[in-house]
Each structure stands twice: as C-alpha cells, then as structure tokens.
Design a protein around this ligand. Structure first.
Ligand code: PBG
Length: 312
C-alpha cells in the first residue's frame, strides 16, 4: 500500500557521484574526514566511473587535484590538466555512454591561494577579481568540453560566468553542451571536509565575498533568475538539507531541471553518527536523499551515490 501511494521516488539514475582525481597511477588515497571517499588517479577514476555506470548512476562530477598550483589556476584550463586527462580516459571506455560526465568548473582547486577566482591583495585586504576571472572560467569550460565533458558545472559564484561560459562554448562549437549552474551556493561551514578532499581551503580570508549569505532566500532567487537569463540549462542548489526551503522555493518558481548537492559536511556528519552507532546508516542515508527529492530536486549530487544505488 505504501508503495502504491508513494509521492516521491529515489532512483540511481537521478544520482551524481563526485570524484576527486589526482596524479599518479593506482592511487586510492582516503580522505580522512569523509569515510569511503578517496582521491583517485585517472586509471582508478575510470574504474569508479565504470562502477557507477553499472549501478545505473546518472553521472559523475569531476574535481581535480593538480600536480602544482599557481596564482591564476593554470591547471584548471590546461589541455593536459588532470580533469581533462580523466575525461579523455573515461570517454575511451564504453561505460561512459551510460552516464554523463560533468566537469566542475572552478579555480579553487588550482590556485595557490585557494580562492575561486583571481585575487588581488593589499596588506590584509584582498579582493577576488570578478571580471578577469570570467575569461579563465570560460577557458576551463571549453577545455573540458574538448576533452569530452557532457555537461559543465560552474561552482565559482562569479557574476556573469554563465553568460561567459555559454558564449565561449558556442564559439568553439559546443552549443550542445549544457551548463549546470551552481545557481544558489551559500557560504557554508558544511564545505569543510571537501576542502580536505579537494585540497582547496583558502589560504587567507574566506569565500563570503562571492558565496551567498545563508540568511537570504530572496537573494538566492535573484541569483537563479540571473543564471537562467544568462543561459543556464540546469540549476544546482547547495548545501542541500540545511537549505531545503530554498530548494522548495526555487522549484515553485522555476521550471528548469534542478539538482541539490548534498555536500561533504552533510555526508561526514552522518558518517560520524553511523560510526558511533547513533544513527542507522541505510535508513538515514535514504531519508536524507528522499527529503531532497520531496523538497523539489530532480537529481542529487551525493557522496552516497554508490551506496544508495546498491540499496535501490
Ligand atoms: C568550490 C566547490 C566547493 C564544493 C564544490 N565546489 C567548496 C567551496 O566552495 O569551498 C563543495 C562541495 C562539498 O562540500 O561537498 N569550487
């Protein structure tokens, strides 16, 4: 009876699994704050993608840990950058036809200062330079599309980046490559463990000059509107569970496909409770995902993707 009258459903095809790709071969380096999550070299990342495909998962989202970093994040848009190499290797596997390969477009994993854009500093003050950053983000998106990304997903939160990326993709013959925009991304403490996983913690200051204030719902709606008008094809909201009201409001207002990113801190928090025996892993995990679907998300980016797909 419950199954007959159930209003929302979870299915593996609506899940996206994030992968952190690093240099080397045969590398699977555990991320200590995220049990079950690893930094993986390109060969291992291909195996992960193949496993996801066989589990029916809808896509993988690629983050890169480059060999070296610099002030302008060169590794993000290098033809032989770590994500670009991973994309090419994945495309060479037949399994890649069963899911989508999504490139995360941002500079923070590639800049020596760890910020998502170009930075100017004056003493203790610093500023992230919005407009000069746009060009680099657009270059990153094009290089990922060239390497085989099916979707590009800008997570930097610079203003105007969707338009810049769209124009650059079109110009280079990738008019069919969708932009999945992290349209409403809040400056959040829940990204903590990710910054270990992606080695992207800011070396000074924080991200509050470009990520949104968690107090603001209306501002989030304006950010989304702006991204849609710039040509976004899909929206991503993050974090997820602490911002369910934002997801619901966005779903009521906008008709674009929309996903929720259950971020690292949400995952680690639950794992910490699982390890202590305080929460029941399977039910908790599935409930944490189902609430996002009920809240209005069509798809979910989650570190639980493989575990959930196995159960589903
Ligand atoms: C930044 C980016 C972040 C995440 C995805 N892309 C973190 C940040 O803004 O520091 C966080 C994802 C997570 O916490 O799982 N480009």
């Amino acid at each position: 009876m419950r199954s007959l009258v159930r209003e929302t459903h979870l299915h593996p095809g609506a899940l996206i699994y994030p992968l952190f790709v690093c240099e080397g071969e045969g590398v699977r380096k555990p991320v200590s704050s995220m049990p079950g999550v690893f930094n993986v070299s390109v060969d291992e990342a291909v195996k992960e993608m193949e496993e996801c495909a066989s589990l029916g998962i809808g896509g993988v989202l690629l983050f890169g840990l480059p060999e070296s970093k610099d002030e302008v994040g060169t590794g993000a848009y290098a033809d032989d950058g770590i994500v670009q190499r991973a994309l090419r290797a994945m495309k060479a596997s037949p399994a890649s036809k069963k899911l989508v390969l999504i490139g995360d477009v941002c500079l923070c994993e590639y800049t020596s200062h760890g910020h998502c854009g170009i930075v100017t500093r004056q003493g203790d003050d610093f500023g992230v330079e919005n407009d000069p950053t746009l060009e680099l983000l657009a270059k990153t998106a094009v290089s990922q599309a060239l390497a085989g990304a099916d979707i590009v997903a800008p997570s930097d939160m610079m203003d105007g980046r969707v338009a810049a990326i769209r124009a650059a993709l079109d110009k280079h013959g990738f008019s069919g490559t969708p932009v999945m925009s992290y349209a409403a991304k809040f400056a959040s403490a829940f990204y903590g463990p990710f910054r270990e996983a992606a080695d992207s913690a800011p070396q000074f200051g924080d991200r509050r000059t470009y990520q949104m204030d968690g107090a603001n719902l209306r501002e989030a709606m304006r950010e989304i509107e702006q991204d849609i008008s710039e040509g976004a094809d899909m929206l991503l909201m993050k974090p997820a569970m602490p911002y369910l009201d934002v997801i619901r409001e966005a779903r009521n207002r906008f008709d674009l496909p929309m996903g929720a990113y259950q971020v690292s801190g949400e995952y680690s928090m639950m794992h910490a409770a699982f390890e202590r025996g305080w929460l029941e892993p399977e039910r908790t995990m599935l409930e944490s995902l189902l609430c996002l679907r009920r809240g209005g998300a069509d798809f979910i980016v989650t570190y639980f993707a493989k575990d959930a797909a196995k159960l589903l």
